[in-house]
Design a protein. Structure first.
Length: 185
């Protein structure tokens, strides 16, 4: 498998969100390997996006979004669960892609992975993993295995108040690991 690096992530968030589908998300932790195929993503466009943490400019919390692409942006949502994002765009331009759904491949057993909080729980991601360069040496990365036989569906985002009408959510048609549609706020 080819590990995805800087060149893959140093592109517009919309493009990365779409092209991350079908890739393998890998976590190596304390001798264990967790792997899942990305089946659902959402793009966040920085200052042009009312739902982005960076819509009102640079803060301590969102500064990672303005940094080097290919870095994790993990934050606590509503005080309950962590969310895994990957930074996109060139340095100085805020952008990120949220992982919404992952098909379990290895090490995840029967853990649910059809939602961003569920993914972080299954892959044992937390605050300590924020701002981590996504690379094999760091045990957290994305890889390409050539899987491309699927159809992509593009919709508005779900589970948020702002920017839900923007068509920035992408998923693999027919996957049972896509987030369950809940009514928006």
């Amino acid at each position: 498998m080819k590990v995805l690096g800087y060149d893959f992530f140093c592109r517009p968030a919309r493009l990365v969100a779409k092209e991350l589908l079908g890739k393998i998300f890998v976590r190596k932790l304390r001798g264990k390997t967790f792997m899942g195929r990305v089946v659902e993503t959402e793009a966040y466009l920085g200052s042009k996006d009312p739902a982005s943490h960076a819509c009102k400019g640079l803060t301590k919390r969102n500064s990672v979004m303005f940094g080097k692409p290919g870095v994790s942006y993990i934050y606590l949502c509503y005080g309950f669960h962590y969310m895994m994002n990957v930074v996109t765009e060139k340095e100085g331009v805020a952008g990120a892609v949220l992982l919404r759904g992952v098909e379990p491949l290895k090490g995840l057993g029967n853990k649910a992975t059809n939602g961003p909080g569920k993914i972080a729980g299954a892959f044992k991601l937390g605050k300590k993993d924020n701002r981590l360069l996504l690379a094999k040496k760091n045990g957290l990365y994305f890889a390409e295995d050539g899987y491309k036989s699927f159809k992509i569906v593009k919709t508005g985002r779900i589970g948020i108040k702002q920017g839900q009408d923007l068509p920035l959510r992408y998923y693999i048609e027919g996957s049972k690991y896509v987030s369950k549609l809940k009514s928006n706020y």
